[in-house]
Ligand binder design. Structure first.
Ligand code: PEP
Ligand code: MG
Length: 585
């Protein structure tokens, strides 16, 4: 029996999770770290690697056959060569030794092999070296993908136990790949509070903790585990008493949530009746089954890229039409904002090969990609256009940098049909500081504006939202950020354009108070936070929000600003708690 181990990390998504550890394999663009396995797991691990290799070989053979039929034997030969790479006896001998004798996890053994290929050609110069290494690596990358798919199947096929996913990095792929109903919590070595993985974990309501260096190497599948998403505490090999206490706490939280959820159908407003439209951020129509749709004014952010990420290939226009209209139909008469494809950076599409970029966050992502790859963009616009009879279609562009991009996107939209005829509303996300400063020009082009504070903060402070080494500089409540947010609200108010926020700040009590206080009329957040934010807003008057927001934006540090805002939120929370208490009887 292994010893109890208490760890303290970064709290990412609230809630309590109790279950058994499942050490998950998440291929990232980075090097796979060296993970060791137990000796009694070696045979099983070797079988996993072999199964993945066989699956990769089978898929290569299938592609080879199709290519031979369609393009001829010569073009198909490349796949034969790739299959040969996977059968190289020397490589197999190495892998066997590394897994069975040196007890490396299968994915770490493949990484060791990839490193070896890199070294072999290290001393050669020029383009050939790169392409030889790529020829040797590519087939093994396919094996890695197969391994991770096998991993997901293993998680799905286990018993009824709730799983605590433990992984190296909190990636969006990790959060979306494993069966949501089985995942009680996620624990990772790395992953910033505002990374896309974190955003998703919160939106799925999965208690999550990161910042536990090496946890994926220390934890073992099958260990009992308790995760406290609010404090960042994780207990491996938790005692039975600890598991029971955690389950009790989880039930108490469910009670509070239940009371708040019951009151959440009331329209969002402040204590003195100023309306704040509360909408949800979703990634899939599935999300709509997880909360009461009557509690929100529609969808403020549909991250459409996840429909692309979940599939083996680009969704067709028909598939997209079906997905989009199924969301619209659930919100008759209410706004649904479809954000166009926002891939790139840390949201890769595995079937879309983008160039290796030194700075992916500053690179080819979001609208930039759509404008370069217009066929893809036009297909999405077409699908959205076709859905306009199903509800209120709002099209929103991500990662806008300048007004020319917006005009270009609009002319593509017009190429499909004139705007009036289309009957869709058109808006932009403000995520890039230059776009915030160009807002007086941008508002002339659009029907609405929504601020993506997750990216805006990253770009304003020049701090990668995924990079733990600089995460202390990622400060959404820094007065510099607050002043930009206030400026955006003012420009929109002056222009008579609705301004909303769909970044994580909108679902945080301090953020919601600030944003309402500077004039944002709409907040879009994970459904999980809707009842609490609505309950808090109902307890505070607009003049208090305005004053607190003004003082926060005038302060000189994040701490000062947060102290001011949190003084308001805790007062409001006290009142909420009193009301919930009165429901206990
Ligand atoms: C944002 O950047 O704030 C945002 C809502 O978009 P995403 O988190 O999907 O990048
Ligand atoms: Mg963004």
């Amino acid at each position: 029996m292994m010893e109890r181990l208490e760890l303290h990390g970064t709290h990412i998504s609230p809630g309590v999770g109790v279950g058994v550890v499942f050490v998950a394999l998440t291929p990232t663009k980075r090097r796979i770290p060296l993970r060791r396995i137990d000796a009694d797991d070696a045979q099983r691990s070797w079988r996993l690697l072999e199964d993945a290799r066989m699956a990769a070989l089978a898929s290569l053979e299938a592609i080879q056959e199709t290519t031979a039929k369609e393009l001829g034997l010569q073009d198909a030969a490349i796949y034969g060569a790739q299959a040969a790479v996977l059968q190289d006896p020397e490589a197999l001998k190495n892998l066997r030794t590394w897994v069975l004798e040196e007890l490396m996890a299968p994915e770490s053994a493949i990484q060791a092999l990839l490193d070896k290929f890199g070294k072999l050609f290290e001393n050669l110069e020029g383009g050939d070296r790169k392409s030889w290494v790529a020829d040797l690596r590519d087939p093994w990358n396919t094996v890695l993908l197969e391994l991770s798919e096998g991993d997901v199947k293993a998680a799905q096929s286990g018993g009824d136990e709730s799983l605590i996913l433990v992984a190296e990095e909190l990636t969006p792929t990790l959060v979306v790949s494993y069966p949501r109903e089985k995942v009680a919590a996620i624990v990772c070595s790395r992953g910033g509070r505002y990374s896309h993985g974190a955003v998703l974990a919160r939106s799925f309501g999965i208690p999550t903790v990161t910042g536990l260096e090496g946890v994926d190497e220390r934890a073992r599948s099958g260990q009992q585990c308790v995760v406290y998403g609010d404090s960042g505490m994780v207990v491996l090999n938790a005692t039975v008493a600890e598991q029971e206490a955690a389950l009790t706490l989880s039930a108490e939280r469910a009670h509070v949530r239940g009371v708040l959820a019951a009151a959440a159908r009331e329209a969002g407003h402040t204590a003195d009746g100023v309306e704040i439209k509360v909408r949800v951020n979703i990634e899939s129509p599935r999300d709509l089954d997880m909360f009461d749709l009557q509690t929100v004014n529609g969808v403020g952010l549909f991250r459409t890229e996840f429909a692309y990420m979940e599939r083996p290939f680009f969704p067709s226009v028909e598939e997209q039409r079906e997905i989009y209209s199924s969301v619209l139909e659930r919100f008759p008469g209410k706004t649904v904002v479809f954000r166009t494809l926002d891939v790139g950076g840390d949201k890769p599409l595995r079937y879309l090969h983008t160039p290796e970029e030194g700075n992916p966050a500053l690179g080819w992502r979001g609208l930039r990609l759509s404008l370069k790859w217009q066929d893809l963009f036009l297909m999405q616009l077409q699908a959205l256009r076709d859905c306009r009879h199903h509800g209120k279609v709002n099209i929103m562009l991500p990662m806008v940098t300048n007004v020319e991009e917006v005009r270009q996107a609009k002319s593509l939209l017009r190429a499909i049909a004139g705007k009036e005829e289309l009957g869709v509303r058109f808006g932009v996300m403000i995520e890039v500081p230059a776009a915030a400063m160009a807002l007086p020009d941008l508002v002339k082009e659009v029907d609405f504006v929504s601020v993506g504070t997750n990216d805006l903060t990253q770009y304003l402070f020049a701090v990668d939202r995924d990079n733990p080494w600089v995460s202390d500089l990622y400060q959404p409540y820094h007065p510099a950020n607050l002043r930009v947010l206030r400026y955006i609200a003012k420009v929109c108010l002056d222009a008579g354009i609705p301004a909303t926020v769909c970044g994580e700040m909108a679902g945080q009590p301090a953020g919601a108070f600030f944003l309402a206080g500077v004039g944002y009329g709409g907040l879009s957040m994970s459904p999980l936070f809707v009842p609490e934010i609505k309950a808090l807003l109902r307890e505070v008057r607009m003049d208090s929000l305005r004053q607190a927001a003004t003082r926060a934006a005038r302060s000189s540090t994040s701490k000062e600003a947060l102290d001011i805002l949190e003084a308001e939120t805790s007062q409001a929370w006290q009142k909420v708690v009193e009301r919930v208490g009165s429901h206990k009887t």
